[in-house]
Write a protein that binds this ligand. Structure first.
Ligand SMILES: *[C@@H]1O[C@H](CO)[C@@H](O)[C@H](O)[C@H]1NC(C)=O
Length: 330
């Protein structure tokens, strides 16, 4: 400890150096001498911790809204365990290269249909353990690069195909622990790459509405946990595995469809189209005829009032609107 004597020069220098190097830890560096960041450096939202790799860690900070200041270099945004109860339109503005977005456990109740606008590069989205009951049509439509979506642990009783839209690259969709009793017929139509579907913990009702799901399960025999999916109702089918229904089991559903719904579709569809077309045409021509007649009838009266004598001269005749007018008075 003798070396730390203040009377000798080198230790004092050392101490000074030490203090200087510690400085940023306890005093804010004046902006004037802050080292300038290279272009494209991660602009970290205040309150979050950012890493060079492009990760913004905003986990468990009690945040009530998405932090401002997101920038393009942010590739991973961890917002789990906060209090983002709603997501407004274009909620992640600036983070246009986002790859992973973690929104687990936020008490999320509503997501604006335009919340995910601008996230065309997003591949992994985790919305699990929230309180979503519905999702607006088009919510996930901008996420054209999405590969994995988790909606597990919400309160969804219905998942409209329009909410997902066409997601050509979606491989994994987790819907477990929701309130789903069936899946809509069109749900799988625009998810061609889907091969992992989490379905456990839903009150499946084994009726005609379950057909799309049973068809999908048959086409994907290696889907995880398929064997563990059980009907919750109706009574006589309770606890029957979903995979126990061959396509034959739905034959009566198909007939039902053909008999009534198809007739309605085939009859009403074209008829209503033709009817509305005819109505539009009739209305359009009536309006046009009326206008034309009125213009013809009122044209002389609609002309501008006669000018004072000093302005009404040969110049007035050369004006364009006077060409359809009755011959100028002599
Ligand atoms: C994010 O930060 C929290 C606390 O600030 C930490 O517990 C957690 O491990 C971090 N997550 C990652 C993936 O670095």
């Amino acid at each position: 400890m003798r070396g730390l004597s203040f009377s000798s020069w080198p230790p004092t220098k050392l101490l000074l150096l030490l203090l200087l190097s510690l400085r940023p830890a306890w005093a804010p560096v004046p902006t004037g001498i802050a080292p300038s960041k290279p272009p494209g450096a991660l602009k970290c939202p205040e309150a979050c911790t950012c890493s060079v790799g492009g990760q913004a860690n905003c986990s468990a900070l009690g945040l009530l809204s998405v932090p401002a200041g997101l920038s393009r270099p942010v590739h991973t945004l961890l917002l789990d365990h906060n209090r983002l109860y709603t997501l407004p339109p274009v909620a992640f503005e600036g983070a246009s290269a986002l790859y992973l977005l973690d929104l687990r456990k936020n008490g999320l109740r509503s997501v604006d249909a335009r919340a995910f606008w601008g996230l065309g590069a997003l591949q992994l989205l985790d919305l699990s353990a929230n309180q979503l009951e519905t999702l607006a049509p088009g919510t996930f439509a901008p996420l054209r690069a999405l590969r994995s979506l988790s909606l597990a642990g919400n309160r969804l009783a219905l998942l409209e195909p329009a909410a997902l839209g066409a997601l050509p690259g979606l491989r994994a969709l987790s819907l477990q622990d929701n309130a789903l009793s069936a899946l809509e017929p069109g749900l799988f139509a625009h998810l061609p790459a889907l091969d992992a579907l989490g379905l456990r913990g839903n009150p499946w009702v084994c009726g005609c509405a379950l057909r799309p799901l049973c068809v999908w399960l048959r086409l994907h025999p290696r889907a995880p946990e398929a064997e563990t999916l059980l009907c919750m109702s109706p009574g006589r089918l309770t606890l029957t595995p979903l995979t126990a229904f061959p396509d034959d089991a739905f034959r009566h559903c198909a007939k039902h469809l053909a008999a009534r719904d198809l007739a309605v579709i085939y009859a009403l569809g074209p008829l209503s189209f033709l009817a509305s077309l005819a109505t539009c045409l009739a209305l359009g021509s009536a309006i046009t005829a009326c206008r034309a007649r009125r213009r013809r009838r009122h044209h002389p009266a609609a002309r501008r009032p006669p000018r004072p004598p000093d302005l009404a001269g040969p110049a007035a005749v050369s004006e364009p609107e006077s060409e359809a007018a009755p011959p100028a008075q002599a």
